[in-house]
Ligand binder design. Structure first.
Ligand code: ADP
Length: 318
């Protein structure tokens, strides 16, 4: 194991921002820490970086405890939400920063800077001022700068959340590709599940300072550990498994779980129709209960509905 957290607790005064977290990140693995705002993700990331000290528990790298190892000796790369670039330096000057600190010679440095700019899709940008770049370009520079000294672990704190949605989705795909191309070991903090599931080999869900579930994205998405986690992952209605034809106790339904289909097993009446970003969402009455559904029908219509299992989560590991 590369990174090992063992029962890490971090307190600010009397309140614990992180409680008893044990988590590992293997060599070459990308793990996302996913949870709502305030659940302790950044605090945990900052503790791994060495910017905060655990009140108890340990942070270790390759079985060696990092207590007492200062931030700059951990060989970890850091990328924050707002990039924190040096405004008076060029793109190349920013990317070369960590290499200069390590006294890498000039020729070697220039070569590495060009290779990294190519990796992040900014060929030809070396001499630009960073103040002339868009938000997305600045985050690419921040990423190249963090990767330049070949950190053994890359720590990313909401790296895309300052960008607008379309750019964020594109950059998440790019970031996933380049983390894999560079075989980077990384821990990414995010509150956005699309981002976590795009980037990560494993997702760790946090709630109120604790890691409540860890697993591959598909598993966490389809089997959240409890109702609170299921709600965080988009389920807004909870019904017995038999309702959707599954032999399990309880399932959570996402907005896309039910869709209009003349051959479907359920029947209801359309109460409302709302236009969303990329589809029409319906509110349907089935036996006196309201459910969300999707489909091209009108208010008042009597419709049949089929179950789309991608929109259904089994709750509580059942
Ligand atoms: P997240 O990254 O999930 O949004 P944070 O780690 O930033 O959560 O915060 C976790 C909890 O710790 C919150 O209740 C927050 O208010 C508190 N907290 C964070 N930083 C500090 C600090 N420097 N001093 C006191 N409390 C803090």
């Amino acid at each position: 194991m590369a990174l090992e957290l063992d029962s890490v607790t971090v307190r600010y005064g009397r309140t614990a921002a992180v409680s008893d977290v044990s988590l590992t990140v293997a060599d070459g693995e990308v793990v996302a820490l996913l949870g709502p705002s305030g659940c302790g993700k950044s605090t945990l990331l900052r503790t791994i970086a060495g910017l905060e000290q655990p009140s108890s528990g340990s942070v270790a790298w390759d079985s060696s405890d990092l207590a007492g190892v200062p931030v700059h000796r951990r060989e970890f790369g850091l990328v924050f939400q707002d990039g924190q670039l040096f405004p008076h330096r060029s793109v190349a000057g920013n990317v070369a920063f960590g290499l200069r600190m390590r006294r890498v010679d000039r020729e070697e440095r220039d070569k590495r800077v060009l290779a990294l700019l190519e990796l992040v899709g900014l060929e030809g940008y070396a001499q630009r001022r960073v103040t002339q770049l868009s938000g997305g370009e600045q985050q690419r520079v921040a990423l190249a700068r963090a990767l330049a000294p070949s950190p053994r672990l890359l720590l990313l704190d909401e790296p895309l959340s300052a960008l607008d949605r379309a750019l964020r989705e594109q950059l998440a795909v790019d970031l996933a590709r380049l983390l894999r191309e560079a075989s980077t070991t990384a821990l990414v903090v995010t509150h956005d599940h699309d981002e976590a599931f795009t980037l990560a080999d494993r997702v760790a869900i946090m709630s109120r300072g604790r890691v409540v579930q860890v697993g591959p994205p598909a598993e966490v998405w389809s089997s959240p550990v409890d109702v609170e986690t299921a709600k965080f992952l988009g389920c807004n209605k909870f019904v017995p498994g038999s309702f959707v034809g599954l032999p399990v106790g309880r399932v959570g339904l996402r907005a896309t779980a039910l869709r209009v289909d003349p051959a479907g097993p359920l029947e209801g009446t359309v109460l409302e129709r709302v236009h969303r970003r990329d589809h029409v969402r319906l509110l349907v009455d089935i036996d006196g209960e309201e459910y969300e559904a999707v489909g091209p029908v009108s208010v008042g219509d009597r419709v049949r509905l089929a179950v789309d299992l991608d929109g259904v989560a089994r709750v509580g590991g059942e």
